[in-house]
Design a protein around this ligand. Structure first.
Ligand code: SF4
Ligand code: SF4
Length: 322
């Protein structure tokens, strides 16, 4: 506790000092009676059954659906946020859920996993961790789709309960991260490194915005960093479309194609995203057989036998238990 009844939240890089009755920058963590409380604990802004490829996760339980839950609020303020109605406001309509009700819904809908996604789940870390533990007890996997801006111990606690993450790496420019998005690139790198070292399945996504992060050096930096952990980490290079505060024209397919080529100098699995008519194939690096074919969200994973190539039996970098 600080002077005047203020408290500090250490969950993310902002380290907000919150006055009595006030909220932090994410709008969801409140100081009530000199204690941090979570008024939106267990409040879901969205519940949906999505292909796991939509997260996007291409090497995690391919071809399955994931029960997806969104919250309200975010600790960043990206001007291109596609989910700004729930990330930048806490006034969205919500419904009450519990870790147990989420597990029940996931099981009822035949999903092998639960995803915490859409807005920023990490600012609801306590609820997310409880839900992940309940999912694990029921034999379900847990996925986190995140901006990766959380400090430890919270980051480590979430990661220890989690099976897979997709982390946005929004740029390779610390200044853009800080001034335009309110984020912290070093913290994102640290989060990804912790996830990888904790044995969590890691994929990353970069939304390419013309004039902001579409030069080769940015993508080269991102891919090179991921490759320093493992050249097998999948990177999704996605096209932006104008939304929320950005009116910059959409990213062209040729830009995405060029940047996929840049990233592929470092990484074995680089995928284009948000491109019309998008298809992708992951092949066995030993025999060249198709492991997984994708056309949009239509997925054929029959080339995998668990995480082995069903043709030659070579190990494949997939989280796909039999
Ligand atoms: S999680 Fe929210 S309240 Fe806590 S430091 Fe980050 S922005 Fe501030
Ligand atoms: S981190 Fe994600 S949810 Fe938050 S503002 Fe940025 S794009 Fe939106």
């Amino acid at each position: 506790m600080l002077a005047n009844g203020s408290v500090r939240c250490d969950l993310c890089h902002h380290r907000c000092v919150i006055a009595e009755g006030g909220v932090g920058l994410c709008k969801v963590r409140r100081n009530e009676n000199r204690t941090i409380t979570l008024p939106y604990y267990g409040r879901a802004s969205a519940l949906s059954v999505d292909p796991v490829e939509k997260k996007p996760l291409y090497h995690f339980l391919p071809g399955t659906y994931t029960y997806s839950i969104g919250y309200v609020g975010c600790n960043l303020w990206c001007p291109f946020c596609q989910n700004y109605a729930i990330s930048q406001s806490v006034d969205a309509q919500t419904q009450r859920v519990t870790p147990e009700s989420i597990v029940r819904s996931a099981l009822d809908s035949g999903c092998p996993s639960v995803s915490h996604t859409y807005s920023e789940p990490l600012v609801h870390a306590e609820f997310v961790i409880e839900s992940m533990k309940a999912a694990k007890a029921a034999g379900l996997r847990s996925v986190l789709v995140t901006n990766g801006c959380a400090r430890s111990p919270a980051a480590d606690e979430v990661l220890s309960a989690c099976d897979a993450v997709n982390v946005d790496i929004k740029a390779w420019d610390p200044e853009m991260y800080r001034s335009e998005l309110g984020g912290d690139l070093e913290l994102v790198k640290d989060f990804i490194t912790r996830a990888f070292r904790n044995g969590v399945h890691v994929e990353a996504t970069t939304l390419v915005i013309p004039g902001k992060n579409d030069d080769d050096d940015q993508i080269d930096g991102i891919a090179s960093f991921l490759s320093s952990l493992s050249p097998d980490l999948p990177l999704h290079i996605s096209a932006y479309r104008p939304v929320y505060r950005y009116t910059i024209p959409a990213t062209t397919a040729s830009t995405i194609e060029r940047l996929v080529g840049v990233a592929a100098r470092h990484l074995g699995y680089v995928y284009a995203g948000n491109v019309w008519g998008e298809t992708s194939t992951t092949t066995c690096r030993v025999c060249g057989a198709t492991l997984v074919g994708r056309r949009g969200y239509s997925v054929d994973a029959s080339g995998l036998d668990g995480n082995l190539c069903s043709h030659c039996g070579a190990p494949a970098p997939f989280f796909a238990p039999r």
